[in-house]
Ligand binder design. Sequence first.
Ligand code: UDP
Length: 324
Amino acid sequence: MKNILVVGGAGYIGSHVVKMLAVQGYNPVVYDNLSKGHREAVQGHPFELGDLGDKARLAEVFKKYAIEAVMHFAAFIEVGESVQDPSKYYHNNVAKVLNLLDAMHENAVHYFVFSSTAATFGEPVHPKIDENHPQKPINPYGNTKLMVEKILEDFDTAYGLKSVALRYFNASGADDSGEIGESHTPETHLIPLVLQAAAGKRPCIRVFGTDYPTPDGTCVRDYVHVNDLARAHILALEKMAQENQSLRYNLGSGNGQSVAELIAQAKEVTGVDFKVEYKGRRAGDPAVLVADSAKAARELGWKPQYDLKQIIQTAWNWEQHRRY
Ligand code: UDP
């Protein structure tokens, strides 16, 4: 297997996977409409500008390269926006994916790696979320991702399309090279916002909620480095192809960190005592989300290599020298 179509490859997680695929000897072909992604993030790799809604363009790209597997990262990811404008989310994150799967079917491409999310689980019913945890999303964003997981099950049964669904917890950090990193507009994620406060680009960081049933009252999350996630994609792709079976994994560090702990760690790493404001809860935030990734450890030999300090260090390096 060599040619991998990476849809949404110019985005945050996609671009880190593209870089790692190339380092490992694959030929990643990026397909991106650049509505959210950055051309600079995939310099030096084959790039095809296109939208998932454009069937003719997809057909052209499948013809041009001998694509053997597809990785799909092109999705809208803002929970709040998905509540306000679900139509946008169901069109982009679900309906358009059918074009991609149909193009795969028409071109006899049998392997698909899908970016799923911890948001497919909804409110946790036990502390660490493994693959057997019930999937009951509490917002349209989570619904769209779970719908695609279901579509993939049906496509396996009917057409033999094998897929990996990777449920990420809190993707964070940046590549050690400083060449690529996280750049969302608008930025809603905690670590980049904290570091922008440290860099003086924002007046403060607002903490959403201090009355959660957690040790310090702030939300607990499981932060996992983007390059650890990237590595899991390649391991899972290879296992799926070797064994010709569909796979599902939850990917996190297994450690929970509170918002307050993360801010304290960021102050230490940056050496800046930035301002913190305490606010009310943000709608739709579960108190605690922590992964049980024992299955990925057992079956893929996957263990995160970056701890929270290294996550913050790499993200801080990116924040100070960001190229886009
Ligand atoms: N958060 C916060 N202030 C911010 C952004 C996020 O307190 O400006 C909190 C948020 O409520 C959640 C945690 O930080 O508890 C992580 O949020 P993020 O949006 O980064 O990821 P999510 O867990 O929602 O996927």
